[in-house]
Design a protein around this ligand. Structure first.
Ligand code: FAD
Length: 394
């Protein structure tokens, strides 16, 4: 580890990897530090991603794809099912990744572009001089290093501390922090080409249960519920155990994982002097699905490029970095986040009767060329009361 770099990236998830790669490709000296001893492990993710989203950044490779998903199935509280078939939805659906391998591939690509990678290296404090960020204190193998950088990219995930240390309020209200539990389950009968989502305020309050296939008889089965809905006897794991006992009583659980997902609004500002915040650290996972891999890659890449432009111009002030915040916020990512936040706010208030009514109206649909717009219109037609709850979707 050297004493100074152009860019210091804190965190080796998809956001950090894409940021380090973009900055290194622009010719900057880059250090990426990851506190865990191995990139990509342990996995804290259901590993689903859309094909179109992934293709924006990397060509799909069987090395890190577990399953090719052809359809999505929504199951209502009373068991009514609605299937969106890939062909009807325009041919593209998604993948279930092998994130241990996927995250490694992304970091390897950053390394190939010229970034230095240090694992088991934890950023523990920012270096602030005259109130401005100038780098970070890094601990590795019992030693402490002071690493200076012209720009720091905070890509330290949902547990992010870096931006907070630099003076930015990153608090996630408990009711907007989904507490999640997931099992990797073997020897079960599933549709290996379908991602299945169960909605029910009784079975998974303010969240949902997912089955994402990892192989013909193997899947990530998990749940997310609002932090405020969790308590003794009704934690996410308790709900998941009830679901497993009902749906897959003989399943063999070979891995258990717990984690948190923020479903709040993004940070009010994702930059400061010499600082860019990306991915989950910026609170930009999708408020409905909790999905954040694509948004982390998108903001990571944009942050790396923005840092390069700013450093080359000799101005890394908040004003110069503002273009990053404006670009993602005013583009498709920011627009989708605002719309989905409003939808989420409405959906969490719906009881199972209303959720059943929505899924029933969807299951009655006979649409060959299914678009989101047509789907939304058909649901509103069958459930006129929705127009009062979600007027902005019309
Ligand atoms: P992360 O991937 O969290 O990476 C941050 C990294 O920073 C970590 O490796 C961490 O160890 C490191 N770090 C933290 N602090 C420091 C420090 N001080 N110093 C050095 N390193 C540090 N998203 C989807 O798109 N699809 C899904 O199916 C999906 N399922 C999910 C299921 C669950 C249960 C959970 C919890 C999340 C899920 N997500 C899903 C969300 C997805 O995992 C995240 O949005 C994504 O990983 C965000 O990437 P990131 O790079 O911002 O952060």
């Amino acid at each position: 580890m050297k004493e100074s770099y152009d860019v210091l990236v804190v965190g080796g998830g998809p956001g950090g990897a894409l940021a380090a790669k973009a900055a290194a490709e622009a010719g900057l000296s880059v250090l990426l530090v990851e506190k865990r001893p191995a990139i990509g492990a342990p996995v804290r993710c259901a590993e689903g991603i859309g094909k179109g989203a992934l293709a924006e950044f990397i060509e799909a490779d069987p090395k890190w794809i577990s399953t090719d998903i052809e359809r999505a199935v929504l199951v209502g509280p009373d068991g009514t099912r609605f299937t969106i078939d890939g062909e009807a939805a325009g041919g593209k659906v998604g993948y279930v990744l092998d994130r241990k391998m996927f995250d490694r591939e992304l970091v390897w690509r950053a390394a190939e572009a010229g970034a230095e990678i240090q694992v088991h290296a934890r950023a523990s404090a920012p270096i602030m001089i005259d109130g401005k960020l100038q780098g970070a204190v890094i601990h590795q193998h019992g030693k402490t290093y002071e690493v200076r950088a012209k720009v720091v990219i905070a890509a330290d995930g949902v547990e992010s501390k870096f931006a907070k240390w630099a003076g930015i309020d990153t608090t996630v209200p408990l009711w907007e922090l989904e507490t999640c539990a997931q099992y990797l389950v073997n020897d079960i009968d599933i549709d290996p080409k379908a991602n299945v989502f169960y909605v029910s305020n009784e079975a998974c309050p303010w969240g949902y249960i997912w089955i994402f296939p990892k192989g013909p008889r193997c899947a990530n089965i998990g749940i997310g519920i609002a932090g405020t809905k969790s308590g003794e006897g009704h934690r996410a794991k308790d709900y998941l155990d009830r679901f497993m006992a009902k749906e897959f009583p003989n399943a063999k659980i070979t891995e258990i994982m717990v984690g948190g997902v923020s479903v709040c609004k993004p940070l009010e500002c994702t930059i400061a002097d010499n600082l860019l915040i990306v991915g989950d650290a910026a609170r930009i996972s999708d408020p409905i699905t909790g999905g954040g891999i694509y948004n982390a890659m998108y903001t990571g890449d944009l942050a790396g490029k923005t840092a390069a432009t700013a450093i080359k111009s000799g101005d890394t002030s908040k004003k110069a970095l503002m273009v990053y915040d404006k670009t993602w916020r005013n583009g498709p990512v920011g627009t989708t986040l605002s719309r989905n936040y409003a939808v989420k706010e409405s959906f969490i208030k719906m009881d199972d009767k209303k959720l059943n009514s929505i899924v029933h109206s969807m299951s009655d649909l006979k649409i060959d060329d299914l678009s989101v717009r047509k789907l939304v219109l058909a649901i509103f037609k069958a459930n006129p009361w929705l127009a009062l709850e979600l007027p902005h979707l019309l």
